[in-house]
Design a protein around this ligand. Structure first.
Ligand SMILES: Cc1ncc(COP(=O)(O)O)c(C=O)c1O
Length: 409
């Protein structure tokens, strides 16, 4: 019998895409759907990006390009690193990829043999688990519940690193929670990291230009420069420049690791296209106005989302300070019913919410926290308001189980 590799039995399609597809189908069938499910920025880059693409097309070579990335793009990324407080990287420390996802895959492939341990906090971005599983790594999750604001503590990190895992994977600002670590919190985690020199650090910081409330973006290498020798910082244009479909990701890492990514690029993708390179250079070096405006708009939407969520009795939501997600703990609804339908867990909740109110959210269990769900709040404003209203109505219509049994009896 023809068989796929054993590895493929561990590969799963993205849980987020499954919900997004269901919402799309319902919409196509004529239902009024508000989509809070997919993590897309919902804006387009500035006109200068398109102008750069039109210009590039006039001179397109049609040739293969550099496996590391074209030099002007590497330089644009190095300048971006300096702007966010990371000096001292050279071209030999950086590489591009087809989005942060492919960069992360390469990094994990470069570092993890089967059975090697990778540790990361929950809630986590879904692909971390999926990539580690495909590679056959030993996964250790560090639970960071809403009671600790979904944030990793230095004590947890210290305990987790005692076993010398091969890789510690971190994400700041966070998808799905929108949490942003303060300077003091990053400094305290960095203090722990220096005590464990045998662990590589992968830090996925792709939302670094989407931070609110003046918290600022901070990272381990700024706090402890000696960590640079074993830290890879992952970045992307997808979310902060409104360019998810353009597929441009980056890494800044010690040469050994950056070169490994380049070698894998040479086998997986060869290069990112010339016109995409031109767009990426323009995004990084041109006006940052669109990004700034969107960041301000997302901060104001965050306020509205949080107000709506916290007005619901029993719903808890640590205050997101970046990206464009809220991750409320909705477990107060579990064990109740809606329209005769039992809401036993986050998956039931999201299914009932989608079917009865047309609001699509991603169940928290997709991110390793089944008490919560993710709201991505970038949809058009009118939809956001309607979606929040329906979310509140859904809660108001929840019935205690005994009541609902009485109704159905
Ligand atoms: C935390 C995080 N990392 C990486 C990615 C992947 O980004 P890209 O579009 O650059 O592949 C995402 C996308 O949702 C994300 O939220």
């Amino acid at each position: 019998m023809l068989k796929l590799s054993a590895r493929m039995s561990r590969a799963k399609p993205s849980a987020i895409m499954l919900i997004a597809d269901k919402a799309k189908q319902l919409k196509a069938a004529g239902h009024d759907i508000v989509n809070f499910s997919i993590g897309v920025p919902n804006f387009l880059p500035g006109e200068h990006v398109y102008a750069a693409v039109r210009e590039a097309l006039k001179h397109d070579s049609g040739a293969y390009g550099s496996n590391r990335g074209r030099e002007d793009l590497l330089d644009a990324f190095l300048a971006h690193l300096r702007e966010i407080g990371l000096d001292g990287y050279q071209r030999s420390n950086v590489a591009v990829g087809v989005g942060a996802k492919q960069v992360l895959y390469n990094l994990c492939e470069a570092l993890l043999d089967e059975g090697d341990e990778i540790v990361f906090p929950t809630p986590y971005w879904t692909s971390y688990l999926d990539i580690a599983e495909i590679l056959g790594a030993k996964i250790t999750l560090l639970p960071c519940p809403p009671e600790q604001n979904y944030k990793l503590t230095p004590q947890q990190l210290d305990r987790a690193l005692a076993s010398n895992p091969k890789v510690f994977l971190f994400n700041n600002p966070s998808n799905p929670t929108g949490m942003v670590y303060t300077r003091e919190e990053i400094a305290a985690l960095a203090d722990v990291l220096v005590k464990h020199p045998d662990t590589w650090i992968l830090t996925d910081d792709i939302y670094n230009r989407m931070v609110f409330d003046g918290v600022g973006y901070h990272n381990f290498v700024q706090m402890k420069p000696e960590l640079r020798e074993r830290t890879a910082i992952v970045d992307s244009l997808s979310k902060t420049y409104g360019m998810p479909g353009w597929r441009v990701g980056f890494v800044a890492a010690p040469e050994l690791l950056a070169n490994a990514v380049v070698t894998l690029n040479s086998n997986h993708i060869t290069n990112i296209p010339e016109v995409v390179t031109a767009a990426a250079v323009a995004a990084l070096t041109g006006s940052q106005q669109v990004t700034r405006e969107k960041c301000a708009e997302f901060a104001s939407r965050r306020d509205d989302v949080l107000d709506a969520l916290l007005s619901i009795p029993g719903v808890k939501c640590p205050r997101p300070q970046g990206a464009f997600y809220a991750f409320p703990d909705i477990s107060v609804a579990f064990g109740k019913s809606h329209d005769g339908r039992i809401v036993g867990n986050d998956v039931d909740f999201c299914a009932a919410l989608l079917e009865s109110k047309g609001v699509a959210c991603v169940p928290g269990s997709a991110f390793g926290e089944p008490r919560s769900l993710r709201i991505s709040y970038t949809c058009p404003r009118t939809q956001l308001d309607a979606g929040l209203q329906r979310f509140k109505e859904f809660f108001a219509e929840l019935a205690e189980m005994r009541e609902s049994h009485a109704v159905s009896a």
